[in-house]
Design a protein around this ligand. Sequence first.
Ligand code: BG6
Length: 537
Amino acid sequence: MLDESGAPRSATVMPNPLREGLAEERVPEPAVMVIFGASGDLAHRKLLPALYSLTRDRLLPARFAIVGFARRAISDDTFREEMRAACNEHARRRPIDPALWSAFARNIFYHQGEYEDPAAFVALKQRLADIEKSLGLHGNRVFYLATPPSSFASVIRSLGQAELAPKPPPPGAPKPLGAPPPFARVIIEKPFGSDLETARALNRDVHEALDERQIYRIDHYLGKETVQNLLVFRFANGIFEPIWNNRFVDHVQITGAESIGVEARGGYFEQAGSLRDMVQNHLLQVLSLFAMEPPVAFDPDAVRDEKLKVLKALRYIPASDFEQYVVRAQYAAGSSGGQAVRGYREEANVSPTSTTETFVALKLNIDSWRWAGVPFYVRSGKRLPKRVTEIAVHFKEAPHLLFGRRGDSIRPNVLAIRIQPDEGIALNFGSKLPGPAMEIAPVSMEFRYGSSFGVEPPEAYERLLLDCLLGDMTLFTRADEVEASWAWVSRIHRRWAEDAAQQESGRAVLPTYPAGSWGPAAAEKLMTADGRAWRLP
Ligand code: BG6
């Protein structure tokens, strides 16, 4: 594998007894990671715990530094103490190991600054040079934008002005003699834009300062083990690919259900809604991996080219029978885990007249040879009965049923790919009941990560941070993918805006569902109208 300058990537082998005999470990080059938005929730709950876990698993290089950048004026030591508390609360393996922590914390630093202030970035440049000199680092840098999205463009502009992230030489440029030049990569959190226009504008800003080969747009669903296993399941096994098409598949259901409400994120969610928050990114990414053609190589652009084709082949929802394809709703008061819970409009920082959807169900068609005529039903919501993300592939019935009335209980085969929790894959099929009669009952053949491998899967952020340090872009979304998914999703938002404008109040009429239920009756109707039903995951 080559990095963005065309030089071979480092691939030092580090032993890890758990993975012995399984695969070669890759360890990145020494580097420094700057986290913008270091005071925020993401840095505390996900990023520092993931970096600590990677250190614990000996997957980071020995020479590695972290610089938190945010507005508050605090010292390195205060930041280290805050991060220690965060890792103790959120790291995969807790409590943290004190000896390991003190070695890890020695290379954590804090830099105060405003995202729009060029002087703060000039000072950051000097600070990085000092840290790199003292730790013997060679200038490899990753910049993580964990700020509110409104600051993405400012940070990128400031990085460019301070020449902190120079573009790599163009592809095919003669390779420099000696060591490859240091890398500068930028990870951008979601949401990447809020519609097609803003995503395009952000891509333009980003491309002014950076080259696409430096940009890692993160979608943490792609870091989930089971999502990656989709690729292995499909392309490392010979028996599934021949049936992965409209000759054998009747329809596909993708569910991203959460039992939690909006919690403390009411202010953000009011602007987002489920379609932006879960579908435009996570679920369309899952769908594109599920439905794509086999790439010619397991190489970032080969994989992303195929995903892009799926996103481009999504048929626009017909305006005439929009309601048969799109359902949205909002949770009302109800119960969750046996506790009474309030409705969305009563949540903190949510308008009492809000029309933001907390549930969405969609019927999608992919206009391609492989998937013509196979509907994909996608639903996502908050305050549903449980947290579960799964893809269920419903196969067609056997062409001729031999068993008369005894076969009434035969159900078409379903392959359920459980992304979380209880990660695994189950195949349901009909089996003969023991006994003299030819009775048939549904049974299931199951694979579970936990019992098969005996280890808990790593956190998505661990995998993605490591991949970025290694220069592997396969699990990050490219500019054209993001725009293609926004192009599809933004039409739905536009239609909702038009519908609301036609109401006397200028507001949408939104059905509700009781918290703790599987969504509104209209979501059931979307399926029953096609003679199908949602699977109970
Ligand atoms: C985030 C959304 O991107 O994904 C949240 O903003 C959602 O609203 C979360 O809860 C779900 O992620 P996971 O990994 O818990 O399924």
